[in-house]
Design a protein around this ligand. Structure first.
Ligand code: HEM
Ligand code: HEM
Length: 178
């Protein structure tokens, strides 16, 4: 009996989630880094903050679906196959991206809650995980900001590698995700 040919693309749910979550992360970053356009306490700055929190919470909300989609969608082979160093590097960058997609929004939520504010996402009030503690809120915010920036660098490496594969190695790395 002939065995089924290996898939040439990631499954549709994983592809959709990959690009929707990428958009949410880019939006979260663009929104928060635009806050300097508005004075502290202004309505514009308040809007950017809320929109940042909305985009970031969306990443966390979709993450369990992404993990399920990943488990249900085997990674299609890259043709021609990359060297083992490149494959190992890609694997570790993916692990770090997943860790960032979990830790960054969680710490963002904790820092806001420790500042004594509640977060409402699509009408749902996120349960409070920490009590009010200004010093803790400040520290969590610092770690959150550093993680957010680290994600920006990591995504640049990741997307850069995908584009290099496509343009110079002429393999199917990127097409598998489209
Ligand atoms: C993947 C999701 C997220 C990413 C990549 C991200 C990234 C960032 C970055 C890079 C900063 C620092 C901006 C700066 O240096 O000025 C920041 C600030 C902040 N983030 Fe996030 N964030 C995410 C999700 C969240 C979530 C879910 C919340 C809260 C529920 C949140 C709340 C905040 C707050 C309160 C600040 C400080 C804003 C200010 O200083 O005015 N973030 N975030
Ligand atoms: C915030 C942005 C992004 C994040 C967090 C992200 C995350 C990930 C993760 C975790 C994977 C592993 C497969 C999976 O579990 O879904 C992946 C695969 C992939 N991503 Fe991204 N990605 C982002 C943006 C981009 C961009 C902008 C591009 C292209 C320019 C891209 C191209 C790819 C490709 C080609 C793969 C398959 C790589 C392989 O199998 O080795 N990603 N991405």
């Amino acid at each position: 009996m002939k065995s089924a040919a290996p898939a040439t693309r990631f499954g549709a749910p994983l592809r959709w989630l990959h690009w929707i979550m990428a958009l949410a992360i880019f939006s979260a970053l663009a929104l928060v880094y635009s806050k300097g356009l508005f004075a502290k306490g202004s309505a514009g700055r308040d809007f950017l903050n809320h929109a940042h929190i909305f985009a970031g919470s969306t990443v966390l909300a979709l993450l369990p679906l992404r993990v399920l989609a990943r488990a249900g969608s085997p990674r299609p082979p890259i043709d021609p196959p990359p060297g083992s160093l490149g494959a190992q590097l890609a694997k570790w960058v993916h692990v770090l991206l997943y860790a960032g997609m979990l830790a960054t929004p969680v710490l963002g939520i904790l820092s806001v809650q420790a500042a004594g504010k509640e977060i409402v996402y699509l009408g749902y009030t996120i349960p409070t995980w920490v009590g009010t503690n200004k010093a803790l809120s400040h520290d969590l915010k610092e770690v959150h900001e550093t993680l957010g920036l680290a994600m920006l660098y990591l995504v640049a490496v990741h997307a850069g590698a995908a584009i290099l594969h496509h343009t110079f190695r002429h393999d199917n790395t990127l097409r598998r995700m489209l």
